[in-house]
Design a protein around this ligand. Sequence first.
Ligand code: HEC
Length: 106
Amino acid sequence: MKRLQLVGLIAVALCAASAAHAEGDKAKGRTLVYTCNGCHGVPGYANAYPEYHVPHIAGQNEQYIVNALKAYKSGERTHPTMGIQAQSMSDEEIADIAAYLSSLAK
Ligand code: HEC
C-alpha cells in the first residue's frame, strides 16, 4: 500500500512537471529561433533583407505567436516559407519558441 502511494506521488509530480513545460521553455526556444534570425532578425530586429517585409516577432505576445505558428502549420494561414517552417515544428517547440520570443524586449 505504501509503495502504491509512492508511485502515485511520483506520477503526480511527473504530470506537474510536464504541465509546467506546456507553458514553453525559453532556453529551448532560444536555440530553436536560431534559423529565424535571417529573416526576422531577433533579437533586436536587424532586418537582413530591407526590401522584404518581415513582421517584427521579438517581444510579440506569446499567445499571438502560438496562434500564428499553428495557423501556418495547419494551412489556415498561408505563406510558403512560414508554412514550411511551421510544419516542421511540434506543438512543444511552438510553445518554446513563443515563450522565448515573447520574453525579448520589443
Ligand atoms: C525566409 C524568411 C523567414 C524565415 C527563415 C522565418 N520567417 Fe517567420 N515570417 C516570414 C514572413 C515573410 C512572414 C509574414 C508572412 C505573412 O504575411 O503571413 C513571417 C511571419 C511569421 C510570424 C507571424 C507574425 C505576425 O505578425 O503575424 C511568426 C510568429 C513567425 N514568422 C515566426 C517565425 C519563426 C519562429 C521562425 C523560425 C523557426 C521564422 N518565422 C522563420 C519570413 C520568415
